[in-house]
Ligand binder design. Structure first.
Ligand code: NAD
Length: 294
């Protein structure tokens, strides 16, 4: 049993911290929200009054925060002062590659080990402990992170050096955003051309147009496996979070001088969808906008 600090007990972090406690660890949990702290307590964690208190005496500290600015702030203001040298920092938030590299460098300068370990899988996977972790950082830090991440996920993959986990995450989600838009378009066109959507699914899901967006996350209700489309696009992966990830990908592409026209187009479409007040809907709900529905 290790003492583990956990900061950021929201939709994702709440379930993840609970799984570390279930795995037998002494989890010192902190969030700005009292409600999140109460839930963490009920799940077997020990709520503490600050991020520094969560870091104090911990062998490892997990952060699951909204964006890069929150991670940089918590690292600078709390963790760097309170964590003892040798402590392992695991940032599981989805943030920009640049900040991920900078905080890892700053951590190393303080004698701390750090990995970026963003996740694939949503709130249900966080609660069930079936996330996929893509990890960036030195091999020795990865070796220490792996048993901790395994308690929260079904797959833990070393992507490379610091920032490589975030790079894998945003490239994956850029691909997902673009294939979802393309899958929606294809279904709408197929229907306008007189094809039955189920028949098109049966054909395309075993043909070269196949993708995860088609076979596992079909954007039309009543077609394929059960998905958020069957729940009126409630739950699932919010379009606002997809937009966040696409913005990170397009920014990273600009910094790296890479051409991502499909990613940029997907970002513009999700921005329009969010501007229409639909950022909270599942990202497959963009089919409604493409179909001209209000
Ligand atoms: P969330 O908004 O539900 O949770 C974030 C939590 O961080 C909140 O409870 C907030 O109070 C807390 N917080 C913010 N600043 C803090 C601070 N300074 N100190 C302590 N706590 C602080 O967000 P989420 O859905 O849990 O997402 C967390 C991260 O995971 C994001 O980076 C997101 O992009 C990523 N992610 C989310 C999903 C998803 O489906 N929700 C999937 C994959 C990755």
């Amino acid at each position: 049993m290790a003492r583990i600090g956990f900061i950021g007990l929201g939709n994702m972090g709440g379930g993840m911290a609970a799984n570390l406690a279930k795995g037998g660890h002494d989890v010192r949990a902190f969030d700005l929200s009292q409600d999140a702290l109460d839930k963490a307590k009920a799940a077997g964690c020990l709520p503490v009054e600050s991020a520094s208190a969560a870091a104090d005496g911990a062998e490892a500290i997990v952060t699951m925060l909204p964006a890069g600015k929150h991670v940089a702030q918590v690292y600078e203001d709390s963790l760097f002062g309170a964590a003892t040298p040798g402590t392992l920092l695991l940032d599981c938030s989805t943030i920009d590659v640049d900040t991920a590299k900078k905080v890892a460098e700053a951590a190393a300068a303080k004698g701390l080990a750090a990995v970026d370990a963003p996740v694939s899988g949503g709130i249900a996977a966080a609660a069930a402990g079936t996330l996929t972790f893509m990890v960036g950082g030195p091999a020795d830090a990865f070796a220490r992170a792996e048993p901790i991440l395994t308690l929260m996920g079904k797959a833990v993959i070393h992507a490379g050096s610091s920032g490589a986990g975030q790079a894998a995450k945003i490239c994956n989600n850029m691909l997902l955003g673009a294939t979802m838009v393309a899958t929606c378009e294809a279904f709408l066109l197929a229907r306008k051309l007189g094809l039955d959507p189920q028949t098109f699914f049966d054909i395309s899901s075993v043909s070269s147009g196949q993708s995860w967006s088609m076979t596992s996350y079909c954007p039309l209700p009543g077609v394929g496996p059960e998905t958020p489309a069957d729940r009126d696009y409630q739950g699932g992966f919010a379009a606002g979070l997809m937009l966040k990830d696409l913005k990170l990908a397009v920014q990273a592409a600009s910094d790296a001088n890479a051409s991502v026209p499909m990613g940029a187009e997907a970002m513009a479409l999700y921005q329009a969808f969010a501007n229409g007040g639909r950022a909270g809907l599942d990202f497959s709900g963009i089919i409604r906008m493409l179909n001209g529905e209000q």
